[in-house]
Design a protein around this ligand. Structure first.
Ligand code: 13P
Length: 198
């Protein structure tokens, strides 16, 4: 079922892992298959090196498993809430990428100080309020700040990048980490200067 999409999800996950957007088994990815009304999502606690297309879980947004022998990501409720609340979103990449997660740990949004942030992220990277991992509230809080943004920080947790495709969500996750790293360097030089709207 949905072989090409499963393969794309696994390929994207492995690429993000190679890029060190997450370590160990942290992070998770999903793809919303609109026609089938099915969410494809990475399984919980499986190492990215060993991840295979058949490990991907196919499920409904209410939690019903359609296909898959492994348990879905512990954050499946977050992914489901974001699909329900943000209609344009078709793919999600949740990372614990270190520089951006440092901002999340400090409850500091990444300021809009680089041109790429306007083109790829819609401006700054806002903070979503903390919610207990695994609960729908994680997604509810993210959806509140994602309205016109390509991604957000999840306070004391990590990063959620969204898009109309897996490749767009991954690109945004990469730019969020890049923006966090550059902003942190700029802070050592007196602080990043806000960029006026382009
Ligand atoms: P899963 O392995 O259950 O997807 O959890 C990883 C994670 O990063 C939770 O936030």
């Amino acid at each position: 079922m949905m072989d090409a999409q499963r393969r794309a999800l696994v390929d994207t996950a492995k690429l993000a892992y190679e890029e060190k957007l997450f370590s160990g088994t942290s992070g998770n990815l999903s793809l919303w298959c609109e026609e089938e009304e099915i969410m494809l999502i990475t399984p919980t606690s499986v190492r990215y090196e060993t991840l295979q297309p058949e490990d991907v879980v196919a499920m409904r947004l209410d939690g019903t498993i359609v296909e898959g022998s492994l348990a879905p990501s512990s954050e499946w409720r977050m992914h489901a809430e974001v699909y329900l609340r943000c209609p344009g979103v078709k793919a999600q990449v949740h990372t614990h990428s270190p520089y951006a997660t440092a901002f999340a740990a400090a409850h500091r949004p990444i300021p809009a100080c680089l041109i790429e942030m306007f083109y790829f992220l819609g401006g700054d990277v806002p903070c979503a309020a903390y919610a207990r991992p695994g609960t729908p509230e994680v997604g509810i809080e993210c959806a509140k700040v994602l309205k016109d943004r390509g991604g957000c920080l999840m306070n004391n947790h990590g990063v959620l990048a969204v898009g109309d495709s897996l490749s767009q969500a991954l690109l945004r996750a990469e730019y969020i980490e890049d923006a966090a790293r550059i902003s942190l360097l700029a802070m050592q030089l007196g602080g990043p200067v806000a960029l006026p709207e382009l």
